[in-house]
Ligand binder design. Structure first.
Ligand SMILES: *Cc1c(COP(=O)(O)O)cnc(C)c1O
Length: 223
């Protein structure tokens, strides 16, 4: 497995404006270091403890993306260093992030996770909940939180049309919010697409993809 080569192959197939987050969950420090030595800086993790251990042991200029479901009581462990939180899906969590941002004297960048898949198991806010959030005054009360954009996960299916419909729906919503004068700030990031569907996601407007197994190989265990 040549990680630097896998990264290069993916970069060669995607437009320059699309950011590539290398999802390194369950993968060793050694493998991450190989990707780092090849020049890669953005990595994604979905477990708080695993992420803090990697942050402690790997180069400090890595941009760590938290891509999993985050519990409010665990924000404190990653608040000092996390680069971008992709899975923000509740007001309670936004308030906890603001509190930890304040303690750490930093603004924490977040993506709101929007539910686009049919499955009930996927976390995320509905589009109406996101509209209400921006139309309320809540974000004005959370100066240590900056919402940079949206994140979504499509249904886990081989039916391309289903996935495409879901990605297009999120892209339309992203544009709708950017036209809405009530949206607190302009949203720049649309995070959608994984190993199996990132080219489709980019065709549907994604500008940040989260790719794991196509870079590091299959995971031994997965949650
Ligand atoms: C694991 C994971 C990925 C990467 O999945 P691959 O299929 O290995 O590319 C992307 N996004 C999220 C939220 C994940 O949990």
């Amino acid at each position: 497995m040549n990680i630097a080569k896998n990264l290069q192959n993916i970069r060669n197939t995607i437009p320059k404006n699309v950011q590539l987050v290398a999802v390194s969950k369950t993968k060793s420090h050694l493998l991450i270091q190989q990707a780092y030595d090849g020049g890669h800086r953005d990595f994604g993790e979905n477990k708080v403890q695993e992420l803090t251990q990697k942050w402690e042991n790997l180069p400090k200029d890595i941009h760590w993306h938290f891509i999993g479901h985050l519990q409010s009581n665990k924000v404190k462990y990653i608040a000092p260093f996390v680069h971008l939180l992709h899975g923000v899906d509740s007001v309670k969590l936004l308030k906890a992030i603001n509190k930890e941002g304040l303690k750490n004297n930093r603004v924490i960048h977040c993506l709101l996770q929007v539910k686009i898949a049919e499955e009930d198991t996927k976390f995320g806010l509905s589009m109406q909940e996101v509209r209400s959030l921006f139309e309320s005054s809540l974000m004005n009360e959370l100066p240590h939180v900056k919402i940079d954009g949206l994140m979504g996960m499509a249904t886990n299916t081989s039916e391309v049309e289903t996935v495409e419909t879901e990605f297009n729906a999120l892209n339309s919503f992203f544009h709708e919010l950017n036209k809405n004068p009530l949206t607190a700030s302009k949203l720049d990031i649309l995070s959608m697409g994984m190993s199996g569907d990132y080219l489709l996601a980019i065709d549907c407007g994604s500008n940040m993809i989260r790719v794991g197994s196509s870079i590091f190989g299959q995971r031994e265990y997965q949650k």
